[in-house]
Design a protein around this ligand. Structure first.
Ligand code: AMP
Ligand code: MG
Length: 530
């Protein structure tokens, strides 16, 4: 098929009220969910990468992706018949404070396509300003766009719920950014990503309507969201059923709990879990100053803006998710009129999250399920991983290779783990003894489990990825792409398609962070500048 045949069916703009004004003049919007606005054309667009898996979701082929029409459409240069470009209005809590109207400042929804597996919204990020751009330019730079493109697809292949990325294009223009906000603005290549998701509805969409007291619109938007994105909830329930908002909220809690447990499983730190960056579908959304845990440090946050408070540190993500859900509960309270059931659902979030976490940890450790007496083993694991810089990803892969037979020999299990430590010289004396003691306890527990070695290893390796988008790998791909060479971007994209598999010849993408990356900007510290 060709791009002209994309089956657009724009339910969002058809069913919900629009801001009567069009164009990108900055303004506050009332009584509407979105504003129609056209993408800004790119002067000399160039396609850097596309994801065929995402193209297929909307019915496009390799040939379509290689066409000029594809580049023109997904760099913002050509609006196809059936598209209805618009930016949506939302608010949000940023770092715990209500920020008022935010909205799609540089995201433009092109329209919804009904593909072979359902409805998908296509969204350009970085295609110019919208009414919600506030003081900013609506543009995006290559470094952040490449990070978003690679990471969304990597997350998908890791089985983490996420928005997808169809394409990454250079615009041919430069964009000035002060990367570290330290008074050193510099031009960088501009880029546009086309993101794809069933919907991009955020907690902040509901919060904005509630904050403005637009309760009728809140209800209409809720009805739209349930019908479009949560049709299963309508089975056996009438759309006007008073229980529906609560059932929906419970569902959002469940999806959020599952998503965050996946983040903790793979070592992902979102970095900006503001309520405007939370999807009601429980998808990881808005890849900004995110990062991957290299050495296991529960207090690590990649975001320099978050360095002081560490609100968005790895270990705090479940608690922040719950806090964000509380804000969503406040927003939909007018639809329910009773606080108690919402409070109950929020309390249940903890149990939901813990159920996911326990299942996730037992999979990571190769157990059928956790038992009561495992709590000591888990607490000590958390401590042991922090005794010395330990690469989280390599640690779990190495664990899968450890055999309980080691308990019978003379050697120490820790000898097999030395490559996972960043400072092997530190692994001595009491520290070494304590790690070894944990490994022995773990192997004894594994022996009790009595699972065949190959089965256990396969199960663990299906929960513990070998290849993740290590911060320095993304940075190396950026450095090359900025110099005009997209080969590393393509190679990483390919390796990250099979993150759990052994890939001969690709082991160098599964190595510890090199020393040079320890302090390099983009590898250990990231800012919101994008
Ligand atoms: P973020 O921290 O990326 O989630 O962005 C917060 C808000 O700022 C959202 O409303 C974004 O659309 C907006 N924003 C961020 N960068 C830009 C930009 N370069 N131009 C316009 N709006 C932006
Ligand atoms: Mg955002």
């Amino acid at each position: 098929m060709s791009l002209q045949a994309l089956a657009f069916d724009n339910r969002f703009t058809r069913e919900l009220p629009a801001d009567p004004i069009t164009g990108s003049a900055r303004r506050q919007i009332r009584g509407a969910l979105y504003s129609r606005v056209s993408p800004t054309p790119a002067v000399a667009p160039q396609l850097l990468a596309y994801a065929i898996e995402v193209a297929e979701l909307i019915g496009l082929s390799e040939k379509d992706c290689a066409s000029d029409a594809f580049l023109q459409a997904f760099s913002g240069n050509r609006v196809l018949a059936g598209m209805d470009p618009h930016a949506t209005c939302y608010g949000g809590h940023q770092f715990g404070n209500w920020a008022g109207q935010l909205g799609d400042g540089r995201a433009i929804n092109l329209g919804e396509v009904v593909g072979p597996e359902g409805r998908q919204t296509l969204q350009l990020k970085g295609a110019g300003p919208t009414p919600y751009a506030r003081t900013a330019d609506g543009l995006a730079v290559l470094r952040s766009s490449l990070r978003e493109f690679l990471c969304s697809e990597a997350m998908h292949h890791l089985d983490v719920p996420t928005t997808r990325a169809l394409s990454l294009a250079l615009t041919g223009e430069s964009v000035v950014r002060d990367m570290l906000y330290d008074g050193h603005p510099a031009p960088e290549p501009g880029a546009v990503v086309c993101r794809v998701a069933p919907s991009f509805t955020r907690f902040g969409h509901f919060q904005m309507l509630a904050a403005r007291g637009e309760v009728d619109l809140l209800r209409a938007f809720f009805d739209h969201t349930v019908a479009a994105d949560f049709p299963d909830l309508l089975e056996g329930t009438a759309a006007d059923d008073a229980g529906l908002p609560l059932a929906w909220f419970t569902d959002v809690c469940e999806r959020t709990a599952a998503m965050v447990a996946h983040w903790m499983r793979v070592g992902f730190v979102h970095g900006v879990m503001n309520t405007d960056n939370m999807s009601v579908l429980g998808l990881t959304i808005d890849y900004g100053p995110y990062g991957w845990l290299e050495d296991y440090d529960p207090n690590w946050t990649p975001n320099t803006t978050d360095a002081a408070g560490r609100r968005y540190r790895f270990a705090n993500q479940p608690a922040v998710a719950q806090w964000n859900l509380l804000q969503l509960a406040n927003a939909i309270y007018p639809l329910i009129g009773e606080a108690a059931p919402l409070e109950e659902a929020l309390r249940e979030f903890e149990a939901r999250y813990m159920a996911h976490w326990r299942a996730m940890m037992s999979a990571k450790l190769g157990f059928a399920s956790l038992v009561e007496s495992d709590s000591g083993l888990l607490d000590e694991l958390d401590a042991v991983l922090q005794l010395t810089e330990t690469d989280m990803t390599l640690f779990y892969r190495a664990l899968a290779d450890l055999s309980p037979a080691l308990l019978d020999g003379d050697g120490s299990p820790i000898d097999c783990l030395m490559p996972v430590f960043y400072r092997p010289d530190e692994v001595a004396g009491e520290r070494r003894e304590r790690i070894n003691a944990w490994l022995r306890a773990y192997l004894m527990r594994t022996r009790q489990e009595g699972r065949p070695a190959s089965e256990r290893r396969a199960a663990m390796n299906a929960a513990n990825p070998k290849y993740v988008l290590r911060n320095y790998l993304a940075q190396m791909a950026i450095d090359k792409a900025e110099a005009g060479d997209a080969s590393l971007l393509h190679e990483l994209q390919d390796v990250l398609r099979n993150p759990y598999a052994e890939q001969p010849g690709k082991d160098h993408f599964a190595e510890k962070r090199p020393e040079w990356a320890r302090t390099r900007v983009g590898c250990s510290q990231l800012s919101c500048s994008s």
